[in-house]
Design a binder for this molecule. Structure first.
Ligand code: SF4
Length: 319
């Protein structure tokens, strides 16, 4: 059966002017699709542009060029009314559940705000819906009158999830939703997101800074580096047969459960820091840290191509 593309990102550039003729290139021509009902993992080191991409998809930033299509329609060129309706369909869960919740509002107000603003429920109907949403995320109605500081990090993230679900969205951008949580709580929040996805037929963009975190969550994964997409494949395929030297290095850093294999396997250590997105390297942006770079890598930007069925990479090793 043909899968439906819910989100299409086409040659997206997000450049921020920072004075004179200098720009920060948060995204520099990335393309990917997200199919309805899947979880697409977007991974990369801090500063690679993944969060800015997510925020642009939901309309918090305007693209410099390129397109973001939702259900076939260009998100940034929609008439106001349609755009407002779309805001309901796309919701976001943030990394820091504490900073993203208003400390002066109680939980009922935080979760009910979207219902109120969108005219979806008022008075006792709204409170009833808030109780339902609290139940959905594993909290109870006794929590409704408490304030964010009275909760643990995991509970606060559950409140953030309930707030996102309040307006009955189709697509959720989860921006590092478990990075700030204790390891013991991370699995609980991931399981909650997975169960909600099944029950409510949600589509996710799951943003994370390491591949270990998205491994069990994502159907497909895109790997970003310095505003560029390096590789994109089915999750299992990416772990089994990474094509791009950057993905290979990221995967080699994930500890393995078998101590014998862990001791003997080879780690690819990346030298140096990620270069500045204001002045990225010429050609392949990864070349200054790539262990197998060739002269052509400095001269020409590698073309994004299909290197195996439904497996894409941008690297001169595959030209
Ligand atoms: Fe390394 Fe060159 Fe491939 Fe870039 S294009 S990842 S520098 S081999």
């Amino acid at each position: 059966m043909q899968r439906k593309k819910l989100v299409e990102v086409k040659d997206l550039k997000i450049h921020f002017k920072i004075g004179g003729s200098q720009y920060v290139k948060a995204a520099d021509g990335i393309s990917f699709d997200i199919y309805q009902g899947e979880t697409f993992g977007l991974v990369g080191e801090s500063g690679c542009g993944k969060s800015t991409t997510g925020r642009t998809m939901i309309g918090l930033y305007t693209p410099t060029s390129g397109e973001i299509r939702y259900d076939g329609k260009d998100v940034h060129r929609m008439p106001g009314k349609e755009r407002r309706q779309l805001t309901r369909k796309m919701q976001m869960i943030f990394q820091d559940p504490y900073a993203s919740l208003n400390p002066r509002m109680d939980v009922a107000e935080i979760i009910g705000e979207g219902l109120y603003l969108n005219g979806l429920a008022s008075g006792s109907e709204r409170l009833k819906r808030v109780y339902e949403l609290l139940g959905m995320v594993g909290l109870s109605k006794e929590h409704a009158n408490r304030f964010p500081h009275e909760f643990s990090g995991g509970q606060r993230q559950r409140i953030g999830i309930a707030r996102a679900l309040a307006v009955d969205p189709e697509f959720i951008i989860a921006d590092e939703p478990i990075s700030a949580l204790d390891v013991s709580v991370q699995a609980q929040v991931v399981n909650l997101l997975k169960n909600l996805q099944k029950e409510r037929k949600l589509t996710y963009l799951f943003i994370a800074h390491d591949l270990a975190m998205v491994k069990h969550v994502s159907d497909r994964i895109g790997v970003m580096y310095l505003g560029n997409m390096m590789e994109l494949a089915d999750s299992e395929q990416l772990y089994k047969d990474p094509k791009h030297p950057y993905t290979q290095a990221l995967l080699s850093a994930i500890p393995l459960p078998d101590p014998d294999v862990e001791q003997t396997r080879e780690r690819i250590l990346l030298e140096g820091d990620v270069p500045s997105p204001i002045n990225p390297p010429s050609g392949c942006v990864f070349r200054t840290r790539c262990p197998v770079a060739k002269p052509v890598c400095a001269a020409e930007k590698p073309v994004w191509r299909e290197v195996a069925p439904s497996h894409f990479a941008a690297c001169h090793l595959y030209s």
